[in-house]
Design a protein around this ligand. Structure first.
Ligand code: RFL
Ligand code: PHB
Length: 405
């Protein structure tokens, strides 16, 4: 098989890239280790930045999102039960986020891929990259049908944190930066109406909690927990009791309880691998960087990487320009590091750290109080939360200072 771009991994980074390339008339083949049902079934992200929604619109893949997605013009923060709202739309000149699960995004991307007969090889084992330092790289794999080989011009490594592509860079090229947090998020899904119309991020002496949702009838709730916690120790009743406590009495008494149908613990990590390109191999999404989920940035970063790489490859194929390809890593990393900073900062502000002293807690509470009372601080939060533009020095909307004039 021969194509222009071989894409390893059919998560958000890989499938967005395949669709963006198709829109530019560039051929690709996607190679995925799992089945479509498995990839679509993974319960993960819930919040789409404006730029992610715009990308789906440009691809003509936003019909269901417009019907079922929940636009949020604000988000709530809670400190030991006292709440305040950050008006995202007002502070950013009209930007919003949209609550629409990663599962729904994946479903829409797979449906459209099927409609357009885009080639995706599922259940591909033993994926290996070859010749990434040459102009003729290749990807090989095994399926039940036998051995496969894709000869290509470029390889896009979209295979997530545990994939093989990052490891295909020669030793000594890659530098990695990492912070592992000493806690996890225990998350549940339940078919009960969400406790609030907007998300509530709660900082409590017992630890962090998040009240999120998937639809007007489906809630997604999270509790900070020790990383070695056992799911069996968290029956639904205990989960809801603790959630109500951390959200505080006003909100806690509105909480509708119901049986969870998904329960899992996710570790929290900040991680960046540099560079994001070597020779003819590019890294995108979780293959290159991980953020803790506190800022809801992970899937959105996968999409912005795909947008940047599709522009770079369009420059190569349409104008024989190497500029975008040579600039991809630095351009992507500039945005990645800012999202890393925001997610790290928001995680540090909201969570209970095992080694934290009384002084440290007072610092968190003081900063949250400052955020509650300062328009400037809220504007900085809002600008990051709705998503920075692809290139920050080229503003795509009114600057924060102009908002509300
Ligand atoms: P993915 O989604 O991990 O997809 C990688 C794909 O590659 C396949 N693969 C391979 N294929 C072939 N050969 C191999 N050797 C392979 N190895 C792996 C895998 O099967 C998979 O299909 O990476 P991608 O595309 O970079 O997308 C990243 C996002 O999925 C991730 O960042 C988000 O889910 C993170 N995240 C959130 N992001 C947001 O933007 N907003 C959120 O609200 C949000 N909440 C979350 C989250 C992640 C969470 N967990 C469980 C980690 C909440 C949670 C709890
Ligand atoms: C979610 O709904 O899964 C979600 C929402 C916001 C976050 C992280 C996860 O910051």
């Amino acid at each position: 098989m021969r194509t222009q771009v071989a894409i390893v991994g059919a998560g958000p980074a890989g499938l967005f890239l395949a669709h963006l390339l198709r829109a530019e008339g560039i051929e690709s083949v996607v190679v995925e280790r799992r089945t479509r049902a498995y990839v679509e079934g993974r319960v993960r992200a819930g919040v789409l930045e404006q730029g992610t929604v715009d990308a789906l619109s440009r691809l003509g893949l936003d019909a269901r999102l417009r019907r079922e997605g929940l636009p949020h013009g604000g988000t709530r923060l809670s400190v030991d039960g006292a709440h305040f709202r950050i008006d995202l739309a007002e502070l950013t000149g009209g930007a919003e986020v949209t609550v629409y699960g990663q599962q729904e995004v994946m479903h829409d991307l797979f449906e459209a891929a099927e409609r357009h007969a885009m080639p995706i090889v599922f259940e591909a084992e033993g994926v290996e990259l070859h010749g990434i330092e040459t102009e003729r790289p290749a990807v090989t794999y095994r399926t039940a049908a036998g051995e496969g080989r894709i000869a290509c011009d470029f390889v896009a490594g979209c295979d997530g944190f545990h994939g093989v592509c990052r490891g295909a860079l020669p030793p000594g090229v890659l530098r990695t930066f990492e912070r592992v947090y000493p806690f996890g998020w225990l998350g549940i899904l339940a078919d009960v109406p969400p406790v609030d119309e907007e998300l509530i991020y709660a900082s409590h002496a017992n630890g962090f909690a998040l009240a999120s949702m998937r639809s007007p009838t489906r809630s997604r709730y999270y509790l900070q927990c020790p990383i070695d916690e056992r799911l069996e120790d968290w029956p639904d009743e205990r989960f809801f009791d603790e959630l109500a406590l951390r959200l505080g009495p006003d909100v806690g008494e509105r909480l509708v309880r119901g049986p969870s149908f998904e329960k899992s613990i996710a570790p929290l990590r900040s991680f960046v691998a540099e560079p994001m390109r070597h020779g003819r191999l590019f890294l995108l999404g979780d293959a290159a960087h991980i953020v803790p989920p506190t800022g809801a940035k992970g899937m959105n970063l996968a999409v912005s990487d795909a947008l940047m790489l599709s522009e770079a490859l369009d420059g190569f194929y349409a104008r024989a320009s190497m500029a975008g390809i040579d600039g991809y890593s630095a351009r992507a990393l500039a945005r990645v590091w800012k999202a890393e900073r925001f997610s790290w900062w928001f995680t540090g502000l909201m969570h209970r750290f095992p080694e934290a002293s009384g002084f440290d807690r007072r610092m968190q509470v003081a900063e949250l109080d400052y955020l509650r009372g300062s328009r400037a601080a809220q504007a900085g939060f809002a600008e990051n939360y709705v998503g920075l533009p692809l290139d920050q020095d080229l503003p795509r909307r009114r600057s924060v200072g102009e908002a509300g004039r």
